[in-house]
Design a binder for this molecule. Structure first.
Ligand code: ATP
Length: 353
């Protein structure tokens, strides 16, 4: 990321709650106008980091630099950030229009300008005719859009969202993800969203920050994180990865599913390695085409809709394989198949101790 376009610099931020180390030494440069997703399992510290950025928590150590200025002393309401947190619900007794205009009113914006802005935002969220409705009459998806419009009304410097779509059903959630991304691009607002949903993060982010136990494991574009995960945790967390022990690197080759496979890696000789292979990067071939490929036995099959998933036991490892229906024709539980791993798509890591 280019340093001269950094909008928010999270510099060496740590946070302790008593003995709990919620965040340790987080260093991130968030580029102006980008959409950043903080992704990780429950308890990894993503909400804590967002709350520190918002100003609801203070960091134990480290600094937040917004356009180069330290904002530690600026209270949340003076930061000029737009927020959609689950805990910051809409005002149910107010109309949609008054909810959206709320921040503008606080800032002394004239009535006419408030009305114009509300109208503009209602058009943007594709709900032009609901200005006078009470929030309590809206569906979950409509409320979520109004909350997003309210946060964007003030033209926030940063747009912060904590699991904003988690209460919506799958279909609506999918649509809202597209809308949210389009809105963010339209306004060009620097956005930070917390989620534990890897599909949501892949869908929305320019930059994906994967957290575990309060530390950043990888920060990069979604495609980079997916194709070149930094470690086995990231590989496993994003998508259906198979993690395979491939023994100690002896130089030039590894042991993959019981067979020696020639491979070049930067890992030093003597390193204990692990491989990650995505389910869609394994092919199953009929025994007649096996050649020297490892042989496995099908333990389980299911139809996922757009593709099939097959579990194959091979030389003590259990592999998850996904592929088009056509590739699975004639396969059945108990049958033997040859297993072909796409080596170009495989990642190798130092094995966890
Ligand atoms: P989730 O997805 O479950 O919301 P998270 O990744 O957002 O998880 P945080 O809520 O940031 O995680 O919590 C990180 C760690 O800090 C957890 O171990 C949590 O128990 C702890 N923690 C968070 N807030 C507090 C608090 N106010 N007091 C004490 N411990 C806290």
């Amino acid at each position: 990321m280019s340093t001269h376009n950094t909008h928010l610099h999270i510099e060496g931020v740590s946070k302790n709650f008593g003995d709990v180390k919620a965040l340790s030494d987080i260093d991130l440069k968030i580029e102006r106008g980008s959409f950043v997703c903080l992704l990780g399992p429950s308890g990894c510290g993503k909400t804590t980091l967002l709350r520190i950025i918002a100003g609801f928590e203070s960091a134990s150590t480290g600094r937040l630099l917004l356009d180069g200025s330290d904002i530690a002393q600026t209270p949340p309401h003076k930061r000029g950030f737009g927020m959609v947190f689950q805990s910051l619900a809409l005002f149910p007794h107010m109309s949609v229009a008054r909810n959206i205009a709320y921040g503008l009113k606080l800032r002394g914006v004239s009535g006419k300008a408030q009305r114009d802005r509300v109208e503009e935002l209602l058009n943007v969220i594709q709900l032009p005719s609901i200005a006078d409705r009470a929030v309590s009459e809206l569906s979950g998806g409509q409320r979520q859009r109004v909350a997003i419009a309210r946060a964007l009304a003030i033209q926030p410097k940063l747009f912060l969202l904590d699991e904003p779509l988690s209460a919506l059903d799958a279909k609506l959630r999918d649509n809202m993800q597209i809308e949210l991304r389009q809105l963010q691009q339209k306004f060009g607002v620097t956005t930070i969203l917390v989620t534990h949903d890897q599909h949501e993060a892949m869908m929305l982010a320019d930059e994906l920050v994967v957290l575990k136990d309060g530390a950043v494991r990888q920060a990069a574009a979604p495609s980079t994180v997916y194709q070149h995960p930094a470690d086995s945790f990231v590989a496993d967390f994003l998508g259906a990865a198979n993690l395979l022990d491939v023994g100690t690197y002896r130089g030039g080759e590894i042991q993959l599913l019981g067979a020696a496979v020639a491979i070049a890696t930067h890992h030093p000789v003597g390193t204990k390695l692990q491989a990650a292979v995505r389910a869609e990067h394994i092919k199953l071939l009929p025994m007649s085409a096996a050649g020297s490929a490892p042989i496995g036995t099908i333990a389980f099959m299911r139809d996922l809709g757009p593709m099939n998933e097959v579990i194959v036991d091979v030389n003590g490892a259990r592999l998850r394989v996904r592929g088009p229906h056509a590739e699975c024709q004639g396969l059945e539980v108990g049958a033997q198949v040859a297993v072909m791993i796409d080596l170009a798509q495989m990642s190798l890591f130092k094995a966890a101790e």
